[in-house]
Design a binder for this molecule. Sequence first.
Ligand code: AMP
Length: 217
Amino acid sequence: MENIMFIAPPAAGKGTQAELLTEKYHIPHISTGDILRDIAKEDSEVGQYVFETLASGNLVKDEITYKLIQERLNKSDCKNGYIIDGFPRTLEQAIEYDKILKNLNYKVGKVILIDIDEKILEKRITGRRVCENCNSIFNINDPENSPEIESVCDNCGGKLYQRKDDNLEAFQRRYSTYLEKTKPIIDHYKNQNVLYTVDGNNSVEKVFEQVEKIINK
Ligand code: AMP
């Protein structure tokens, strides 16, 4: 299967769509945000730095992100395709990613942009809950997507928590970072003829239908 990359503002549903794809197509989901949240739990200088950076809503230093991406893509489970979400996030990272792909003899695959209104994101961000065990994502502000029992994961029974950066203040910083740093990479992939856009203002199921149509093209 071709690799899939998601580009989207915070809380647009890229993690949720990636999870649905993983379930259906059995290819790994690589989320730099998830990997960094694990590093943030480590009792080390790097762990402390990542913890503070994530909570602030700023981007983590490239040297850390590049190292974790290289290590992850080198694993053998990526050979038959993978879903990448959260990387690249800047034009510099996109250029570095092109080099990493070339070295591994991989192709970028399809790049899916989730287009969505800022007002919807603000509503979603405060309701998002994540499973600390399996990283499944729910939203208590969305009846279609809320867990059956509050604070308990429907999929594995794990405990749900609210991300430190899922508050309006950190959201504003993450959203402006997206507009300033991440949006420019859209043209980078448009020029490579690999960019597809879905309307993220719809329900999870409707967005997934659009995603599947793109994958099966
Ligand atoms: P996400 O789960 O994709 O919303 O990412 C959560 C946070 O992790 C971001 O706000 C950044 O602080 C950090 N992060 C994730 N991916 C990257 C990246 N490619 N470069 C730098 N920081 C990142």
